[in-house]
Write a protein that binds this ligand. Structure first.
Ligand SMILES: Cc1ncc(COP(=O)(O)O)c(C=O)c1O
Length: 411
């Protein structure tokens, strides 16, 4: 007989809480922060910490330029500002991503065009991207979701063929590898988030990387009000934002950066351990492991196909939580275009600008069913947590909870 599930009044597999990431902050961060406070200089311009963070991150990735900004959203907006689309130009991306991927497109008066993901997958399908190309396409934003690499060679080829920029959204993909290359170093620009949940964090922050001098220069200006500081004067060369990170954030990020490689290798070991432990359960699809996808495990996604698994996705989440294992539903199970801001094009004032602006070549709308594969994946998706402070026993407890529920579901 299958063991009684905790959700039905049985004994939970796990009674003590899983580890938190809070222990990742300590003396090194305090020492860096103390130096900034003692220096009395909290502003990035003329400060040492942001410059050091940028230099060190660029070296780690093997790129020419890194620019630290205030968030991942700001990094993506800055990358789009560097590419400098004309109003009404189109930027193709995925609806299975954070809103931060989209915001900068609309603020630059460009139009987000959604391509679908591969069936049962997380990443853009190159063929779907090709189908969305128009003469107005100016860039593709490829998201490396969950720490797994998207099929970059295909996107780089599309970029080359059509003379459009490829921007990599690596918010979830620090040190993710693709055919020996690092995520963020393959397209024209790579963008990272340093929000609390990310592999590298300072609470909120972002990084933009590029090998191109022209894009780097424009990105730096864009994130600093278009202000050309090289002359010593105050020339605002074009419309930009203030996305300047502070020395306080950079100080914490600098201390965290020293830990990044260890964080990633630990997550790879633990994530792969969980994948090995839960592979083969009918109707439960774990992510690709680190060897096959470069996975660095931001969180840990599994897809639950109800008809094969024997239990609904939502009941699986409740059952896991009852067993003491954290699990949740990302994006409320919906593609981004199902949210009001995009579905109803709620943008500036009472307008739908830029969607209804005279600069567009066509009216782009986001009806349900637009990207059926993404909709299906998000309906099936459950997010679990695996991070560097988990032990092998923690992972084994999660696997035991999953097996216990799967067995009950099969009955
Ligand atoms: C794929 C992706 N892109 C962009 C962002 C936006 O980053 P931020 O929250 O730092 O603005 C996130 C944040 O979760 C993300 O996961």
């Amino acid at each position: 007989m299958a063991e009684r599930l905790a959700i039905d009044g049985g004994e939970p597999i796990r009674k003590r809480p899983f580890p938190s990431r809070a222990e990742g902050f300590g003396e090194a961060e305090l020492a860096q922060l103390t130096e900034v406070i003692r220096s009395g200089h909290l502003f990035r311009v003329g400060g040492a910490k942001t410059a050091a963070l940028e230099e060190k991150f660029a070296r780690l990735l093997g790129v020419k330029h890194a620019l630290a900004v205030t968030s991942g959203t700001a990094a993506l907006h800055t990358a789009i500002g560097a590419v400098n689309p004309d109003p009404g130009d189109e930027i193709i991306t995925t609806p299975a991503t954070d809103m931060g991927t989209i915001i900068g497109i609309i603020y630059q008066n460009a139009i987000p065009v959604f391509a679908d993901v591969t069936p049962g997958g997380y990443h853009l399908d190159p063929e779907s991207v090709r189908a969305q190309l128009t003469p107005r396409t100016r860039a593709i934003i490829v998201v490396h979701l969950w720490g797994m690499a998207a099929d970059m060679d295909a996107f780089l080829e599309i970029g080359r063929e059509h003379g459009i920029a490829v921007i990599e959204d690596c918010a979830q993909a620090y040190l993710t590898t693709y055919r020996g290359r690092l995520a963020g170093t393959m397209g024209e620009l790579g963008c990272f988030s340093m929000q609390q949940s990310k592999h590298l964090t300072c609470g909120d922050g972002g990084l933009v990387v590029t090998d191109r001098d022209d894009l780097a220069a424009r990105a730096r200006l864009f994130a600093d009000k278009g202000w050309d500081r090289s002359t010593g004067g105050r020339g605002h060369l074009f419309l930009g934002m203030n996305y300047r990170i502070t020395e306080l954030q950079s100080a914490v990020a600098l201390a965290q950066l020293d830990k990044l490689e260890r964080i990633v290798s630990r997550r790879r070991a633990l994530g792969d351990r969980l994948t090995a432990a839960i592979s083969g359960i009918p109707g439960l699809y774990p992510p690709a492991d680190s060897a096959s996808s470069g996975n660095t495990y931001w969180f840990y996604p599994v897809r639950v196909v109800e008809e094969e698994f024997g239990m609904s996705r939502d009941r699986f989440v409740e059952a896991l939580n009852a067993e003491g294992a954290p699990a949740w539903v990302w994006l409320d199970g919906k593609p981004l275009y199902a949210y009001e801001a995009l579905r109803d094009q709620v943008t500036f004032g009472s307008s739908h600008h830029p969607f209804d602006s005279p600069y567009v070549s066509r009216r782009v709308e986001y009806p349900p069913g637009l990207c059926p594969n993404a909709e299906q994946t998000l309906k099936e998706l459950v997010t679990l947590t695996v991070h560097e402070f988990y032990t092998e026993q923690d992972v084994d407890d999660m696997a035991a909870a999953i097996h216990k529920i799967a067995e009950a579901a099969r009955k």
